[in-house]
Design a protein around this ligand. Structure first.
Ligand code: HEC
Length: 200
């Protein structure tokens, strides 16, 4: 009975959320129409570079993983760096600069403690104090796309940052290239190819 009530409550919440989102959307579009009779179509491409989300990036190959923490441990991110076939080949063969067509993704998540798994680990390895965590809610995805002719002004790379399918603003995209400059001698890529466990 309790389970069923909970399920019903959750379902009702889902409907409410959907209605809330729809209402917001309708309110937003009417507001836009009222202000501007011909609103600009929202672009799905990054400002400055015009990079859209590359198809199939979720299936690219693992370059490495990273962890980023800040704000006295309040901010905790897990990050995966992935590369398409051209990028991965260049990493493996240590080819620099990366050839045109190379694409690199950086996927960011909030790090969440895996408390239930910790109990299992504690049972198997008492006193080891093992703590596991996993990639929780999705944050943003960043991309670097190599096109040495198109992006001559930014070291041959086009940059893009997306949250929930929408690109960040121009101010954000102005920060990408200058901040990647310290990695110039590795063609502006900070992340190194991680060794392959099981083989190396
Ligand atoms: C404050 C400096 C800084 C800014 C601004 C910045 N990056 Fe980075 N970026 C880094 C560093 C350092 C790393 C490696 C560390 C990490 O990801 O945790 C990185 C990693 C990346 C990676 C993975 C490949 C690599 O170089 O390791 C991509 C892709 C990326 N950034 C894209 C972007 C995009 C797109 C923007 C702009 C929207 C951007 N970055 C802005 C510093 C920066």
């Amino acid at each position: 009975m309790r389970l069923r009530a909970t399920a019903q409550a959750l379902a009702a919440l889902g409907v409410c959320a959907a209605i809330a989102v729809c209402t917001l959307y309708v309110t937003k579009s009417t507001a836009q129409t009222a202000k501007d009779p011909e609103p600009q179509a929202e672009s799905n491409a990054s400002p400055i570079y015009g990079v859209t989300i590359p198809a199939g990036y979720r299936d690219w190959h693992v370059i490495s993983v990273r962890r980023l923490t800040g704000d006295g441990g309040k901010q905790k991110q897990l990050r995966a760096q992935l590369g398409n076939d051209i990028a991965i080949k260049a990493f493996r063969e240590k080819t620099l600069p990366f050839p045109d067509g190379a694409m690199i993704a950086a996927l960011h998540w909030t790090e969440v403690s895996a408390d239930a798994d910790d109990k299992v680990l504690a049972a198997g390895f008492p006193d080891a104090g093992l703590q596991s965590s996993f990639a929780g809610p999705a944050l943003n995805a960043q991309f670097m796309i190599k096109d040495s002719k198109k992006y001559t002004a930014s070291g041959g790379w086009g940059y893009a940052d997306f949250t929930k399918g929408k690109p960040g603003n121009e101010a954000l995209h102005k920060t990408c290239f200058p901040c990647h400059a310290p990695a110039k001698d590795r063609d502006y890529i900070f992340t190194r190819y991680a060794p392959t466990p099981g083989i190396e």
